[in-house]
Ligand binder design. Structure first.
Ligand code: GDD
Ligand code: MN
Length: 382
């Protein structure tokens, strides 16, 4: 067998693209409905990066507007462009991770498709990485940087708060931990890639915290820029993304002991108690049903509520649809029933020890929550 890279093999496979320079820098562009931006972005990157050997990898979640088709057309003209197209999945962070994992370039940058990030600072970012920084962040909140032109007043204050929260877990000073614009050495990324959370928008802070936790805190440099208004299309930021960020943040605050999905599952459980009580009140007081009937109805409503919310929030990245949704719900009822049995047996066991009603009740509730979390994670949202 000939080795990869042996002269004979290279000669036999010689092809116009293969004769070019291998890329020094891969620019990863996560995209969802960015048809109107992608070509202009490429042109601007080409101007900014000049003679650097670079490639653009667009990671598109099968955008309904046909972004992938535009990128594929571009690939036929520019040899340094390609599209990774994902089906049945959504998510900015996971798109970045998969894009970064798909290149051989020693340096990788992530940039939004909508032209909000100033591509003109990329050469400066690369220079800092070549000079020894592990990670170079484009910042809107230091030096000459600014975000006022690209964010509404509400988004700006939300962004400030998220930035302060991020600073609490980053463990080192960084002015724009929520930035979606950064450049990193690929080996640094690869060290932690399997451990990165895949949901939401917070890839950068996750990269920093996860590296620090693995005992390799990053050398971070920053380059300021002015955040521009979006060119074409709409932002995909939504309340779900904010909640997913809160989940990651709380998880990192716990030292990574409690996974974000467990915290979100718990939060959903708390809302389920409220739904349970409201349904109970409705059945007994407004509809005049007896207690047992009302309690059964409240339990069913609360379980259905919890299932729906977990499907759309905790496990939004692996949301069930169609038949799987129906089977998932039935399975969820069954698992919750088992959780209830676990709850009662643990609680009564503890109660029999020393008759501490609340301690026993709490232990039972914790037991069934952990049980429900672990089992639904293994079977319902696997
Ligand atoms: N593949 C893929 N899948 N790409 C996505 C998805 C998704 O589910 N959601 C968003 N994107 C892409 C968009 O197409 C865009 O290129 C980029 O990710 C940023 O999305 P926007 O919708 O433009 O986000 P934003 O402008 O509200 O948020 C930006 O600023 C935040 C800080 O204010 C992003 O850079 C965030 O990372 C950053 O935290
Ligand atoms: Mn944007």
């Amino acid at each position: 067998m000939t080795e990869i890279g042996s002269q004979a093999k290279v000669d036999s496979l010689r092809h116009p693209v293969a004769t070019g320079h291998p890329p020094q820098l891969a620019v990863i562009v996560p995209s969802f409905n960015e048809r109107g931006n992608i070509e202009l972005l490429y042109e601007k990157l080409a101007i900014a990066l000049g003679a650097t050997a670079w490639e653009m990898i667009v990671v598109d979640d099968n955008s309904p507007d046909g972004t992938a088709a535009v990128v594929n057309e571009m690939s036929r003209v520019y040899a340094n462009v390609r599209c990774i197209r994902r089906f049945g999945r959504r998510g900015l962070s996971s798109a970045c991770v998969e894009g970064m994992a798909a290149t051989s370039a020693p340096y990788v940058a992530v940039i939004d498709a909508d032209l909000q990030h100033d591509e003109a600072i990329l050469p400066q970012m690369l220079e800092k990485a070549l000079a020894g920084a592990d990670l170079v962040v484009g910042t809107r909140f230091a030096g000459e940087g600014s975000a006022a032109t690209g964010l509404s007043a509400t988004r700006l204050s939300g962004s400030r708060l998220a930035t302060k929260m991020a600073a609490m877990i980053a463990g080192q000073p960084i002015s724009d931990p929520m930035s979606g614009f950064f450049l990193v050495r690929r080996d640094i990324f690869e060290n932690v890639a399997p451990k990165l959370a895949n949901d939401g928008f917070k890839i950068l802070i996750d990269l920093i915290v996860t590296s620090a936790r693995s005992g390799k805190p990053l050398q971070i440099a920053e380059v300021p820029y002015t955040f521009r208004p979006r060119h074409a299309g709409e932002s995909k930021m939504n309340p779900l993304i904010v909640i997913q960020y809160l989940g990651l943040w709380a998880s990192k605050l716990s030292g990574g002991i409690l996974p974000p999905s467990f915290l979100l599952f718990g939060l959903v459980g708390v809302t389920g108690v409220v739904v349970h009580m409201a349904t109970l009140g409705l059945f007994t007081y407004s509809l005049g049903a007896n207690f047992v009937i009302s309690q059964i109805a409240a339990t069913m409503v609360a379980m259905t509520w919890n299932f729906w919310l977990n499907n759309n929030l905790t496990y939004a990245d692996r949301r069930l649809h169609g038949r799987k949704l129906v089977f998932g719900l039935i399975g969820f009822y069954a698992i919750c029933a088992l959780g209830g049995i676990a709850n009662i047996s643990v609680a009564s066991g503890i109660y029999n020890l020393d008759h501490q009603t609340f301690a026993a009740g709490l232990a039972g509730a914790v037991m069934s929550s952990v049980f429900n979390y672990a089992v639904t994670r293994a079977f319902t949202w696997k």
